[in-house]
Design a protein around this ligand. Structure first.
Ligand SMILES: [Zn+2]
Length: 127
């Protein structure tokens, strides 16, 4: 069942208030990087991400090299010399409206979850 636009507006407003007031969201985002280690022993690549908004990110991602599962380092920078290739951000209201038919994604976002996008520098992926 799709959530009404009115409900999305209320949920989004409440989330924005929490983001602006709750201590969990008042964090320093400078160098807020996370490393996802590939579970494939033959690969072992680290997919590095950074948070540009305060919110929750998943424990598992995928390896950008071999597509295997990759596990979070819980914000330990395991590869200080490597640049992040993905960033986690809080989508805007339009996105919340768009995903209101998908309960899983909607609940993730409304409870402070972030989405990811590839970091593009000078028109190229940052891998
Ligand atoms: Zn891999």
């Amino acid at each position: 069942m799709k959530i009404s636009i009115r409900q999305v507006e209320r949920d989004y407003k409440a989330l924005m208030e929490r983001v602006q007031t709750l201590p969990d969201y008042q964090i320093d985002l400078t160098n807020r990087v996370n490393c996802y280690s590939c579970v494939n022993k033959k690969c072992g690549h680290i997919t590095k991400t950074k948070d540009v908004d305060a919110g929750t990110t998943p424990m598992y991602f995928w390896c950008e090299m071999c597509n295997s599962r990759a596990v979070s380092s819980f914000y330990n920078d395991l590869a200080p010399d490597q640049k992040p290739s993905y960033e986690w951000y809080r989508p805007d209201f339009q996105r919340f409206k768009k995903v209101r038919g998908n309960q899983g994604i909607y609940n993730h976002l409304i409870s402070g979850g972030l989405e990811y996008r590839q970091i593009i520098v000078d028109g190229k992926a940052n891998i």
